[in-house]
Design a protein around this ligand. Structure first.
Ligand code: NAP
Length: 254
């Protein structure tokens, strides 16, 4: 294979929301973008969503390829990483963005809701990071960026599963940052607040109003607000940062 000079960026959960905005924000003529998605409930809808991400990246002057793969499944993650390596030969930036919610008060939470959220939001980043860190260690360079949440630091009523996963992801970030610093890999987390995506569209209007009232900047964030910070962490300007959590929450946490 000839040497690939393009920067290779991989985003998990790139078919919608924040992941799509990251793909679009990082698109450029000298960047190859790969992303995955996984929604057995509406495969047709997700294929269309993935095609929209590719269209937006191309519109921004870049190229993107989407793969069907579940981040919580080791064999599927392995196949996804292999496909990226076959196509691009290296991985410079990996963004663990894929995530879900299954909200409910602790007293009523089902073990299946706990497992689903922990599997995708925490085991997924573990599986991906383990495979990708090995590749980046060989390259002696790489950036891993984990999508945490402000609630992973503050806690939140009705989200014990999600908060535990995001707090765990922050712990994973700091540990992998320490383990791989000597290999030239930085590992950081972004902690978004209340962002306008499909994940928050389902919330009742009253809950949304209450949440916005708790944001000092007085509005929901946009997926682009988060994507800009991810692009910064992936840039040369952030080369001396590792093990950090950057809050993008309009001041919800300070
Ligand atoms: P979203 O609009 O619901 O998008 C989630 C993305 O993750 C989709 O592309 C989805 O693809 C993908 N995904 C879900 N399960 C997956 C799996 N098992 N394997 C691979 N991909 C999977 O959510 P979002 O708001 O953009 O959230 C993105 C990240 O930001 C999440 O980690 C979330 O926890 C975090 N976050 C969001 C907010 C917020 O207010 N929105 C705040 C803090 C943190 P499919 O639909 O095809 O599965």
């Amino acid at each position: 294979m000839t040497e690939n000079k393009a920067r290779v960026v991989v985003v998990t959960g790139g078919s919608r929301g924040i992941g799509r905005a990251i793909c679009q924000t990082m698109a450029s003529a000298d960047t190859q973008i790969f992303f995955n998605y996984f929604s057995p409930a509406d495969r047709e809808g997700e294929e269309a969503a993935a095609a929209e991400t590719i269209k937006q990246v191309e519109h921004a002057g870049g190229t993107a390829t989407g793969f069907w793969a579940n981040v919580a499944d080791q064999a599927e993650v392995s196949a996804f990483v292999d496909q990226v390596m076959e196509a691009a030969g290296r991985i410079d930036v990996w963004v663990n963005n894929a995530g879900i919610t299954r909200d409910g008060l602790l007293a009523r939470m089902k073990a299946s809701e706990w497992d689903a959220v922990l599997d995708i939001n925490l085991k997924g980043p573990f599986l991906c990071t383990q495979m990708v860190a090995r590749i980046m260690a060989g390259q002696r360079s790489g950036r891993i960026i984990n999508m945490a949440s402000v609630v992973g630091v503050m806690g939140n009523i009705g989200q014990s599963n999600y908060v535990a996963a995001k707090a765990g992801l922050i712990g994973l970030t700091k540990t992998v940052a320490r383990e791989y610093a000597a290999r030239g890999i930085t590992v950081n987390a972004v902690a978004p607040g209340f962002i306008d995506t499909d994940m928050t569209k389902v919330l009742p209007e009253k809950v949304k109003e209450k949440m916005i009232a708790s944001v000092p900047l007085g509005r929901m964030g946009s997926p682009e607000d988060v994507a800009g910070v991810v692009a910064f962490l992936a840039s040369d300007a952030a080369g001396y940062m590792t093990g950090q959590v950057l809050h993008v929450s309009g001041g919800m946490y300070m």
